[in-house]
Every structure is written in C-alpha cells, then in structure tokens.
Design a protein around this ligand. Structure first.
Ligand code: CU
Length: 184
C-alpha cells in the first residue's frame, strides 16, 4: 500500500491573510485515518482580539488525533465483514504519542515563557476519537470556534470532536521545567 509511506507527515501551512485554523485531509479510501491529514492555518492580521495574545505562530498550532495499530483499510474491511468497530489504540499530540510498552517516542514539545499569552490553535484531525483538552494549572480563553470569532470565554478544558477547531489564549502562570498539555 504505497500511501503508508506518508505516515506522520505534518504540514503546517502558513498562509498570510484572512482568519482561522482548518484541517486538510485525504478523501481517498482510508488515507485520512492513516495519516494524510494536518492543520491549515490562515492568519488575520486584523483579528479583533489581537490585543489578547502575544504569540501566535507555527509553534502554537496543536493537532490532536487518534492512531490505530491496524492500517485503516484492513480495519475497515474487517469491520464490514462483521467484525468489531475499530477503536483507536492511542492518541497523538502534534503527531507524537505513546502507548503502553511502546518505544520512547519524543513527546510533542512547545517552548513557552512565563507571563506571555499564547494563542493556541487546537485542531482535531482525529478519525473517530474525541478529546478533552486541558493544560495543568492554566485556564483556556476561547476566542474562536470552528472558524468563527467568539466573545472571549474562559474555561478549564475544552472537549473537541473530530474535525473541530478552537483558538484558545493561555497566559503562562509559572515557571516549570515542563507543563503537560493533556488530552484524553
Ligand atoms: Cu472531508
């Protein structure tokens, strides 16, 4: 299956102008599930809430996705033949994740500075699974949901279904070696 060589491709396209984060994905067979998917962000230099954040660049794009040990086509064929519906084996943040007993894959890492306000653009490129997203000790102020600007609304976590996108502002509260953006 030639397309499996495209596993883990990450395209973080930066196009200057209008608004929002989208996802792109393949529509051929199960290529989407197997990794031909990613974020596509269009920036708005006149964003109405621009004064609410300091950093908004390629480092603040966060993708969440599910991952399956069985290639999508095999899992789909088994399902259609009367087997169980495929269930994700684990989740990925920026295309990196771990499962019990897996190799020590480098986790996704975003460098931040205490006191700065970051606009994280969270994009679900999941095939089936959904996520609760939170950052330990921090609140999330939602500015945009699914491509529409939003009156700023502060929450502890957001639930993000497949294909959905949110922009949230996070003010980094304290210095720590490591924060854990959590998605479950
Ligand atoms: Cu589609």
């Amino acid at each position: 299956m030639y397309w499996y060589t495209f596993y883990f491709i990450r395209l973080q396209a930066l196009i200057i102008y209008p608004v929002i984060p989208y996802r792109y994905h393949s529509h051929l067979s199960t290529q989407y599930v197997d990794g031909i998917r990613g974020p596509l962000v269009i920036y708005d230099p006149q964003h109405p809430h621009k004064n609410l954040y300091d950093v908004d660049d390629e480092s603040t794009i966060i993708t969440l996705s599910d991952w399956y040990h069985t290639p999508g086509l095999d899992a789909t064929e088994a399902w259609l033949a009367g087997g169980a519906e495929p269930v994700p084996d684990f989740g990925l943040i920026n295309s990196a994740g771990r499962y019990s007993g897996c190799p020590e894959v480098q986790r996704a890492r975003i460098n931040v500075t205490k006191g700065k306000r970051y606009r994280f653009r969270i994009v679900s490129i999941s095939a089936e699974g959904f996520f609760d997203f939170a950052i330990q000790g921090h609140s999330l102020t939602v500015l945009e949901a699914g491509g529409s600007n939003h009156v700023p609304y502060t929450m502890d976590s957001i639930q993000i279904l497949l294909g959905k996108r949110y922009s949230v502002v996070v003010r980094i509260n304290f210095s720590m070696l490591r924060y854990s953006p959590r998605s479950s």
